[in-house]
Design a protein around this ligand. Structure first.
Ligand code: BDP
Length: 719
C-alpha cells in the first residue's frame, strides 16, 4: 500500500512538473530557466557570490528585483542583494553617485564616453578581489546594463573578462501602438489592446509591468499608447488619469509615455469653431491642454501626429502647412521638454501624382522650417510597409530636420499574425541603404541616428505587434520582431543573425543544432514572404481593406492609389510601374548616384526592378529566364521556402517544448496554404496579361482565377 502511494505521488509530481514546463510564450525572451551547463553554472556561481547594489530609487528597486528574479532562475540558487561588499567575489552595481564602491573604481573617463543612457560591464579588481561591475551615469543606464548582464547569462557567455561599454545610437526608441480606446487594435493581430482602459486607473494589470520589463530589456524608452488615427477623448481628464497610471508604472523602467493628438481636438473638446494652428484661441487651447497633461504626467513625452492623411484633420484644412501645425504644438510642448513626432505618411486626395512622390513633394520644401523639438517621422519606404520597398526618398533630402524612422513591427502586409517573417533583415536593408546625400556612405541609419547632419535629437519608432494574446504577438516568432526592433534602435550596427541568435537562445533553445536550424528558418523567412507575395519589386497587391491574402485584381475604388492595378500596371506588353523619366519620375527624388543605378533596368537590382520599371514579359532577367518565367519561379520559390521551413521545424520536434512546437507547426501549415494562395492567384491573374504558360516543371495552380477572386475573408482582424 505504501509503495502504491509513493508511486502515485511520484506520478503526480512528474505530471505537475510536466505541466509546469508547458510554455505559453508569456515570458518572452525573459524566461530565466535554470542553465543546464554545469561548468558554466559553477563559474557563474563562483564569480557572482554576492550582489551589491548601493543606493535607492524606483529604478534601482527594479534593478534589484530583476537581478533577483533573473539570477535566482538562471543559477538555480537564491541570492541576497546587499549594500556592502561581501568577502568573496561579487557583482557590483550602481552609479558613482549612488555607490561609493563604484566611485572608488575610478571609472570617470570610461563613464564619460557612454553618456546618460549607456553603461559599462567590466571584470574589475578592487582591493585585491575580482568583481563583475555594472556601472553607469544614471540609474536608467544601470537598468540597461543589468539587462545586458542578464542576457550574457541567458546566452551563456563567459563573464570572466568583461570589458563592454554600450550606449544607444538613437536617442528615442519608441513603440507606436495603433490601439483604440475600445481596445480594438488597428492592424493588430494578437488579440485586443493590452491597455485595459475601462479598468484603469484603479486596476494595474501585471502585463503592464511585464511589458515595461521586456521593453527596458531591449532599450525601448518610449511608448505612444494610442492609434495614429486618433481619438481626442484620450486628452480628457477621465482618460488622462488612466494615462497617468500607465506612466507611473513605466517610469522606473525608463519608459516615457506619449499620446497621439487629433488635430481637431480644439473643436471636439474645446468647442472652438476652428483648429487653425495660427488662430490664437487654438494655440491657447493647446497650451492649456498641454499644461493640464503635465499636471498628471510631469515627464510626458509629447505627441505623435497623423495629419491630413487618409482623412485625418490637419493644418491643411485651414490652408496652413505641416510645419505650421507641428510648430504650434511644438511651441507649447517646448517649455515642458516635450516633442512632436509629425508623420510624413501623407498622400493628397487632390493630387493625381504617383503616390510614391507625394510625401517628398509636401515635406522637402519645409526643411529648415520646423522647430527644434519636432521630428518628422518617415516610414521606411514611400508607399506603405510593403514586404519590400526601396528606402523613402525623404531620407537624406531634409538635412535640416531630424527624421525619425517608422518601421512596422506588426506584419500588416507580411502575413499578419500567422506567417513567420523575421523582420530584422528588412529593417537592416533600409538602414544600410545609401542615400548618397553627402556622398558615399550616407546611409539611412546615419540620417536617422542624427550623425549625418549633427542633430541633437534622433529616433526610431516601431508600430507594435503586441496584443493581449497570452504570448503577446500571436505567432511565437512575432516576438523576435519586437525584440529585433528594440535591439536595432539601440544599435543599428548589430547583425540580423546576431540578434536572431540571442533571441533564439533566450526564447527557445541554446542547443547548437536547434539554434542553427531556427536561425536558418528566420534568416530566409522575410525573403520567402517577398517571393510568394510581391517578388521583383511588385507591391500593394493585397486584398481590399483587410490586407490579408492576394488581390492583384483590385481596381475601381474611391482612390486609384488604393487599388492594385495602379501599382503593378500589368498589360499585354509587360509588368511594373515606370518611375523613371518616361514615367512618373519618382526616381528624380533620389540622389544622382541612386538614380543612375536604379534608373537603368540592367543595373537596377532585380529585387526592386518592377518598382521602377515597366518590363516586357520576354525581357531577359539575370537568371537567363524571361521576366514571366522568372516571376513564376520566384512565386514558386516562395512556396518552396515555406515548405523548407516546415521540414526544418518538424525536425526540431522534441527539442522545443511541445506547446510552442505545435503552435509554430500549425502556423507554418497556414503559411504554406497562404503562400500557395498568393502564388496561384497572382500567377493566374498576371497570366491573363502575359498569355504565357507557367513553366512545365513548376507546380500548377490549384483552382481558377475566378475562384480566387471570390475569396473574401470575413471579419479578418485588425481592420
Ligand atoms: C496603413 C494602414 C492604416 C494606417 C496607415 C498609417 O493600413 O491602417 O492607419 O497605414 O500608417 O498601412 O497611418
Amino acid at each position: 500500500m505504501k509503495k502504491v502511494l509513493q508511486f502515485s505521488l511520484l506520478f503526480i509530481a512528474f505530471f505537475c512538473h510536466l505541466s509546469l514546463k508547458a510554455e505559453d510564450g508569456y515570458r518572452l525572451w525573459q524566461r530565466y530557466d535554470q542553465l543546464q551547463n554545469k561548468d558554466l553554472l559553477k563559474q557563474y556561481r563562483q564569480s557572482l557570490n554576492g550582489v551589491v547594489v548601493q543606493g535607492s530609487s524606483p529604478t534601482l528597486t527594479v534593478v534589484k528585483e530583476e537581478l533577483e528574479m533573473g539570477m535566482e532562475g538562471l543559477l538555480g540558487s537564491s541570492i541576497t542583494i546587499a549594500n556592502q561588499l561581501p568577502k568573496k567575489a561579487s557583482l557590483v552595481v550602481g552609479t558613482p553617485a549612488s555607490s561609493p564602491i563604484i566611485k572608488e573604481l575610478g571609472l570617470e573617463q570610461k563613464l564619460k564616453e557612454v553618456g546618460q543612457e549607456g553603461y559599462l560591464l567590466l571584470s574589475q579588481k578592487h582591493k585585491g578581489k575580482n568583481h563583475t561591475v555594472i556601472a553607469a551615469n544614471s540609474d536608467k543606464g544601470v537598468l540597461y546594463g543589468t539587462f545586458h548582464f542578464l542576457r550574457l547569462l541567458q546566452t551563456q557567455q563567459n563573464i570572466q573578462a568583461l570589458n563592454i561599454s554600450s550606449s544607444p545610437k538613437t536617442k528615442l526608441r519608441i513603440l507606436n501602438h495603433w490601439d483604440n480606446l475600445d481596445r480594438t487594435v488597428e492592424r493588430g493581430y494578437a488579440g485586443f489592446s493590452i491597455w485595459d482602459w475601462h479598468k484603469l486607473p484603479d486596476y494595474i494589470d501585471q502585463r503592464y509591468i511585464d511589458y515595461a520589463r521586456a521593453n527596458a530589456s531591449i532599450g525601448i524608452n518610449g511608448t505612444v499608447l494610442t492609434n495614429v488615427n486618433a481619438n481626442s477623448l484620450v486628452l480628457t481628464p477621465e482618460y488622462l488619469q488612466k494615462v497617468k497610471a500607465l506612466a507611473d508604472v513605466f517610469r522606473p523602467y525608463g519608459i516615457k509615455v506619449y499620446l497621439t493628438a487629433r488635430f481637431s481636438s480644439p473643436i471636439e473638446l474645446g468647442k472652438l469653431k476652428t483648429a487653425d494652428p495660427l488662430d490664437p484661441a487654438v494655440k491657447a487651447w493647446w497650451k492649456n491642454k498641454v499644461n493640464e497633461i503635465y499636471t498628471y504626467i510631469p515627464d510626458f513625452g509629447g505627441f505623435t501626429v497623423k495629419a491630413n492623411s487618409e482623412g485625418q484633420p490637419g493644418p491643411q484644412n485651414y490652408n496652413r502647412s505641416h510645419a505650421d501645425g507641428a510648430n504650434m504644438l511644438a511651441e507649447v510642448l517646448a517649455p515642458k521638454g516635450g516633442i512632436v513626432m509629425w508623420r510624413a505618411f501623407v498622400y493628397d486626395n487632390n493630387v493625381p501624382d504617383d503616390r510614391h512622390k507625394q510625401a517628398y513633394t509636401e515635406f522637402k520644401p519645409l526643411d529648415g522650417t520646423f522647430q527644434g523639438n519636432v521630428m518628422v517621422q518617415v516610414k521606411n519606404g514611400a508607399i506603405d510597409f510593403q514586404p519590400r520597398e526601396p528606402f523613402h526618398p525623404l531620407f537624406g533630402a531634409m538635412p535640416k530636420t531630424p527624421l525619425m524612422m517608422e518601421f512596422q513591427i506588426t506584419q500588416e502586409y507580411l502575413g499578419q499574425g500567422t506567417h513567420l517573417a523575421y523582420l530584422a533583415p528588412m529593417f537592416k536593408e533600409t538602414l544600410t541603404a545609401d542615400t548618397y546625400a553627402k556622398g558615399k556612405g550616407s546611409t539611412v541609419a546615419k540620417v536617422v541616428d542624427g550623425s549625418l547632419d549633427n542633430h541633437a535629437i534622433s529616433g526610431m519608432a516601431g508600430v507594435a505587434n503586441i496584443g493581449n494574446d497570452i504570448n503577446w504577438t500571436s505567432h511565437p516568432f512575432g516576438q523576435a520582431n519586437w525584440y529585433a526592433f528594440g535591439r536595432l534602435a539601440w544599435d543599428h550596427e548589430l547583425t540580423s543573425e546576431g540578434i536572431a541568435d540571442e533571441w533564439i537562445k533566450m526564447t527557445f533553445s541554446s542547443a547548437p543544432s536547434s539554434q542553427a536550424a531556427i536561425r536558418t528558418m528566420m534568416m530566409g523567412s522575410r525573403e520567402a514572404v517577398v517571393n510568394y507575395m510581391t517578388p521583383m519589386g511588385l507591391h500593394h497587391l493585397m486584398g481590399w481593406s483587410h490586407h490579408y491574402g492576394p488581390g492583384p485584381w483590385i481596381k475601381d475604388k474611391p482612390r486609384a492609389d488604393w487599388t492594385s492595378v495602379y501599382y503593378h500596371r500589368a498589360d499585354e506588353k509587360g509588368l511594373g510601374f515606370d518611375r523613371t523619366k518616361t514615367g512618373s519620375n519618382a526616381l528624380s527624388q533620389y540622389a544622382p548616384e541612386v538614380q543612375a543605378q536604379w534608373g537603368n533596368p540592367t543595373t537596377c537590382p532585380e529585387e526592386v526592378l518592377l518598382w521602377f520599371h515597366h518590363v516586357a514579359w520576354d525581357a531577359k532577367t539575370k537568371s537567363g529566364r524571361t521576366l514571366w518565367d522568372e516571376l513564376c519561379y520566384r512565386y514558386s520559390g516562395g512556396v518552396d521556402s515555406v515548405r523548407a521551413m516546415q521540414k526544418t521545424w518538424n525536425s526540431l520536434e522534441g527539442q522545443i517544448d511541445k506547446e510552442r512546437h505545435q503552435q509554430v507547426k500549425q502556423y507554418l501549415a497556414i503559411q504554406e496554404k497562404d503562400a500557395r494562395w498568393w502564388r496561384d492567384a497572382c500567377l493566374l491573374y498576371f497570366q491573363t496579361f502575359s498569355k504565357r504558360p507557367i513553366p512545365q516543371e513548376l507546380e500548377k495552380p490549384q483552382g481558377t482565377l475566378e475562384q480566387f477572386m471570390k475569396i473574401e475573408p470575413k471579419f479578418a482582424p485588425g481592420i
